[in-house]
Ligand binder design. Structure first.
Ligand code: ADP
Ligand code: 5GP
Length: 196
């Protein structure tokens, strides 16, 4: 992590974290579609694409060997293993977004988020909370992308992840999507762009 210290303007980094299925991707994509000052940091992952996912848009889908190479070459600002796969934020993504004066939206799990917060304490970190554990399970099932074993694994991880919400600058409950997006939009307005 040391190597990338102070490379990016931290106030242009928006970290959105929270348990799988709470709505991070939905919220992030809605935010970005409404605000041209925002761009998604497209992560690299060793996970297989789900139906409907596009390489270079949802993720950069790469092999485990390519991921290891990336780690060795210092290509990642943070990376973590989650439910058997590797995920990482590419420095090249953040660089290309922030060099255009835009804010980068990082949709990442809690250990990666902790690393970004440690390195960029001035970033805007938001923990997205589901309205309840039951609703979280419903959303994971309703998304229809994971089998029941994977859903149970993600629910077990969720219980641990939700204990970490206090480490984030803000916690926002994703109950009504519009309300949630508006709340985060206001935070971004005040935080990432107020000095411009
Ligand atoms: P994550 O990125 O956190 O894993 P997703 O964005 O994939 O979560 O959302 C999981 C499921 O929940 C999707 O089917 C999505 O359409 C649904 N969802 C997201 N936000 C809401 C919301 N506020 N109300 C109802 N359903 C939602
Ligand atoms: P999924 O398999 O559901 O797409 O993602 C699993 C988890 O990995 C989610 O919590 C997602 O936010 C997280 N994730 C996606 N990209 C990254 C990344 O670049 N770094 C880290 N640390 N987590 C990521």
């Amino acid at each position: 992590m040391e190597e990338s210290k102070n490379v990016f303007p931290g106030r242009k980094l928006v970290v959105i974290s929270g348990p799988s299925g709470c709505g991070k991707d939905t919220v992030a994509k809605t935010l970005i579609s409404k605000d041209p000052r925002l761009a998604l940091s497209v992560s690299a992952t060793t996970r297989r694409p789900r139906q409907g996912e596009t390489d270079g848009v949802d993720y950069h889908f790469i092999s485990a060997a390519a991921f290891r190479d990336g780690v060795e070459h210092g290509d990642f600002v943070e990376y973590a293993e989650y439910s058997g796969n590797c995920y990482g934020t590419l420095k090249s993504e953040i660089r290309s977004i922030t060099s255009r004066g835009l804010a980068a939206i990082l949709v990442i799990e809690t250990r990666g988020a902790a690393n970004i917060i440690a390195e960029y304490p001035e970033c805007l970190s938001v923990f997205l909370m589901p309205p309840s554990v039951e609703i979280l399970r419903h959303r994971l099932i309703g998304r229809g992308t994971d089998n029941m074993d994977e859903i149970e694994r993600r629910m077990a991880l969720a219980a641990e992840e939700m204990k970490l919400s206090g480490r984030y600058r803000y916690t926002v409950v994703n109950d009504d999507l519009t309300q949630c997006v508006n709340e985060i939009s206001s935070l971004i307005d005040g935080y990432c762009f107020e000095l411009n």
